[in-house]
Design a protein around this ligand. Sequence first.
Ligand SMILES: C[S@@+](CC[C@H](N)C(=O)[O-])C[C@H]1O[C@@H](n2cnc3c(N)ncnc32)[C@H](O)[C@@H]1O
Length: 283
Amino acid sequence: MQTLYAGTRDLSPASFARLAKYITEELGIKMPDSKLPMVQSRLLRRVRELGLDSLEEYGEYFFASAHDQEREQFINAITTNKTDFFREPGHFAFLTGVALPLLARAAGRPAWRLKAWCAGCSSGEEPYTLAMVLNEYALHRPGFDFAVLGTDISTRVLEQARSGIYPESHIAPVPAGLRRKYLWRSRNSSETLVRIVPDLRRKVTFDHLNFMDQDYRIKDIFDIVFFRNVMIYFDRPTQQAVVRKICRNLAAGGYLFVGHSESLAGLDVPVKQVQAAILRKGL
Ligand SMILES: C[S@@+](CC[C@H](N)C(=O)[O-])C[C@H]1O[C@@H](n2cnc3c(N)ncnc32)[C@H](O)[C@@H]1O
């Protein structure tokens, strides 16, 4: 009986505190005691994969062994990667109805190239949604072109994002007309999968980035940045520091989209709210 349940033994308060401190310092993610059950359930898989006996042993393994080796797996396990195609759809309506016409007018000529960054892109549904919307806009505007960059700290979600392959159940929010154009269907032995078509995949690149890094080493300046449902996990000083760093790569007049449950009110950042969860950098 004991061996059967050994893998589920709780972390001691000291081990949880040490792991929580590590998560906050390395990833910026707040880890109050209420997150203990979540951390435990997410790390159990690693306990099993490593053949360890308990979560407590995992904590010891993580810090005692060269934890740099385990760091990537740990981050992949601990991050919350919930996302969706066309999540918070009002943002995409604003983009085509308001932001793109204004950015096009500012560009001053039909031939211009928009750059967009999905900062904290998870498994790619958000950058591919953006690419579908921008491609639809491009169809009626000869000369307009675009590129989308997606970045995340989790190598697991980045791998999925690069493949552009999703279970069919994920595409419910994609309008039927766009599904026919931008998604290919295939079957593996157990389920129907869809894949983003190559022409759209070519418009989107993915890279690894930790928002806690001092220098993001991104050379591009973006007209649009989606930074949605990420800073909700950070405390206020971290939110301010990260948004300021992100804004270094936002063009003057460019738009920053944040999640609807996130607010920059009271933070010293170089963007002003133009609508709920939509901000713009001064010209
Ligand atoms: C909840 S998902 C949001 C995905 C997408 N933006 C959306 O709104 O659907 C948050 C993402 O932020 C990433 N993330 C968390 N902390 C990060 C950090 N310090 N640096 C970079 N990415 C981070 C996670 O790996 C996760 O994929």
